[in-house]
Design a protein around this ligand. Structure first.
Ligand code: GDP
Length: 386
């Protein structure tokens, strides 16, 4: 499906940059337009792929290009104030050619955390196309303020977008990795999963096995509302010299049973393995199974079985399925999109920690005010100058 991507803040910009690299590497062009928005000049300069004219600096009057720190209320304010500048960049997007907007933001910081919900509300008011969010949750080790920001941003953004797709940094970090290289790896994981999903809806009608190819409307219907998470599993299917053999293989020699079993097991692995937002898959309201790989390795029965398995697992009658054929790939994969999920322990924990952080912050502030008053107070013994 065709998307207008808007990366908000540092994480949002970097991930959109990565989406652009992925989009050109797979030669698919599901990215119709890409915009990066930030209140920090250096973050915008650090991007590689977002076109210069689509890098929008906001909040210059307030923060002079230095960013908003981790103050997401300020992030929301400067976005509101500079929404016309943002609209100027959006005006250049051929909106009639896109299927949806996707706003990408780290929820624990300031600019993206506060700005993404403001932009989502603005887009919803002006356009009829769906507006999706891709929200990145902070690691639990990032501290109280990031958790509080993320919990407030989540609460706000989920009401402003049609669907909030979530990726949890905490579930994907590796021990012993530096923050920088960690994010590079994580960003590739994010883009591979969400990129494959959106690219799947962009396969032309004339492509292989066209009748079972996933259509963008199936993705849109699955993303009708709520919160979503993605699972992905893949395996290599062909050794180097098999490529030659396969050119002699006729259609009847295609091993239907192996392909079906492989796909069913990949769907299970994708669903029960590490999701972008870990949750109880059974709580999903809707789902979509996409089989990826070279067309000669995909069969309809495999997707159908995988789809049925997910139906049983979730108890939902709204599980869609289809192919994303990618000729020449030597691996077969399953993407599982779970939407309308409700049993998400990570969100409960995030909210709990955020409430505690908010209470602590309030009492520390009140104490600090009292302490300061005591510090300055001389019991009326000294007069101020004026
Ligand atoms: P902003 O620029 O004020 O919107 O804030 P940032 O985007 O720098 O940071 C917000 C949060 O995003 C951080 O707390 C991290 O959890 C996360 N983050 C920052 N950079 C990256 C990145 O490159 N990739 C990922 N996955 N998360 C990031």
């Amino acid at each position: 499906m065709k998307l207008a991507l808007i990366g908000f803040g540092q994480a949002g910009g970097k991930i959109v940059d990565e989406f652009l690299a992925y989009d050109s590497a797979i030669d698919n062009s599901f990215v119709e337009a890409a915009i990066a928005v930030n209140s920090a000049t250096t973050d915008l300069q650090g991007l590689d792929h977002v076109p210069q004219e689509n890098r929008v600096l906001i909040g210059q009057a307030r923060v002079k290009g230095h960013g908003v720190g981790a103050d997401n209320e300020l992030g929301a304010e400067v976005t509101e104030a500079d929404i016309d500048e943002l609209q100027g960049a959006i005006d250049r997007v051929p909106v009639h050619e896109i299927d949806a907007f996707l706003i990408v933001a780290g929820m624990g910081g300031g600019t993206g955390s506060g700005g993404a919900p403001v932009l989502a509300r603005h887009l919803k008011r002006i356009y009829t196309e769906p507006v999706y969010g891709l929200g990145i949750l902070p690691g639990t080790d990032e501290g109280g303020i990031y958790t509080l920001n993320a919990a407030r941003s989540f609460k706000t953004l989920v009401d402003e977008v049609d669907n909030l797709l979530v990726f949890d940094n905490d579930a994907w970090r590796s021990a012993g990795e530096s923050v920088g290289s960690g994010y590079d790896r994580i960003n590739r994981e994010i883009v591979e999963r969400f990129g494959l999903l959106f690219a799947a809806g962009e396969v032309g009608q004339n492509d292989h096995v066209a009748e079972s190819v996933v259509d963008s409307s199936e993705i849109i219907n699955t993303l009708e509302n709520g919160v979503s998470t993605i699972g992905y599993a893949s395996e290599t299917v062909e050794s180097a010299n098999e490529g030659l053999l396969s050119s002699f293989r006729s259609d009847t020699e295609f091993d239907e049973g192996t392909a079906t079993n492989r796909m069913t097991s990949l769907v299970r692995k994708a669903t029960l393995g590490r999701l972008t937002l870990p949750c109880d898959a059974a709580s999903a309201d809707r789902g979509l199974v996409v089989a990826t790989g070279s067309p000669e390795h995909l069969n309809r029965k495999g997707v159908e079985r995988g789809r049925q398995w997910l139906e049983d697992e979730t108890g939902s009658m709204e599980i869609r399925g289809g192919d994303y054929p990618i000729p020449g790939r030597d691996d077969v994969g399953a993407i599982v999109l779970l939407s309308g999920v409700t049993a998400v322990p990570r969100i409960d924990q995030l909210q709990q920690v955020a409430i505690e952080a908010q209470e602590t912050t309030e009492s520390v502030r009140a104490n600090a005010q009292e302490d300061f008053a005591t510090l300055v107070d001389t019991g009326g013994e000294l007069d101020a100058l004026f």
